[in-house]
Design a protein around this ligand. Structure first.
Ligand SMILES: [Zn+2]
Length: 210
């Protein structure tokens, strides 16, 4: 709903990642060292869930972590930084510290620069229809009409208004609309409602376009 989107953008929504995951199996014989690649740090939680699970620490980008375990969906990691043990959601890790530098300027398959790495984002889809937008007749928050193939809805504290970004597997998109969500989440405008439903939820690397 567009009205809801605008209201929530004013007050900053809290990220909620729907997950029914419980239980992370730790295997001490397979501890692996990884480095935090999330641009704005990685939340470490007391449980492998975003519900009833407080953030006990935010690991800054570059933090060396021992990954102790991963749940069966591969989405929640149990980690240890030498002081704190907890759970992190998503794949915000790289194996080598050098890989962090490579992510600053990354090129696509055509050698075109994608820009600065913003992180791994949850990608959902919407269309200009009434169900997706309410009575706003397909108007965006910050530009004109929704343009499928160009318009995305974002949390403006993560991606600035009217900023162009590069989404892996999608290409260049512009932040023209406000989402009823916060954090690393992009709602991508597509032409039809059935397409929005079919494309579902995916996770992609996102870069700030120059
Ligand atoms: Zn729709």
């Amino acid at each position: 709903m567009k009205n809801l989107r605008k209201v929530i953008c004013g007050v900053m929504a809290v990220v909620s990642i729907a997950t029914g995951i419980v239980g992370v199996s730790a295997d001490e014989t397979k501890w692996e060292t990884h480095y935090v690649s999330a641009q704005s740090g990685l939340n470490c939680r007391i449980k492998s869930s975003t519900e009833d699970s407080e953030v006990i620490k935010v690991f800054p980008r570059g933090t060396e972590l021992q990954v102790i375990g991963v749940d069966e969906t591969g989405k929640w990691y149990e980690v240890w930084d030498g002081e704190t043990q907890g759970y992190c959601y998503g794949t915000y890790f790289v194996d080598n510290k050098e890989d962090l530098d490579k992510q600053e300027v990354t090129s696509d398959s055509n050698g075109k620069t994608k820009g600065k790495y913003l992180g791994r984002f949850k990608i959902t889809h919407y269309c200009p229809c009434y169900t997706c937008n309410g009575s706003n007749s397909g108007r965006t928050a910050w530009a004109g009409q929704i343009i499928p193939g160009q318009t995305i809805a974002v949390d403006p504290s993560v991606i600035g208004k009217l900023q162009w970004v590069y989404i892996d597997g999608y290409g260049y998109r512009r932040a023209e609309d406000c989402g009823a969500f916060g954090g690393n989440h992009i709602d991508v405008a597509v032409p039809t409602h059935s397409m929005a439903l079919d494309m579902g939820v995916v996770y992609k690397d996102v870069y700030l376009a120059e």
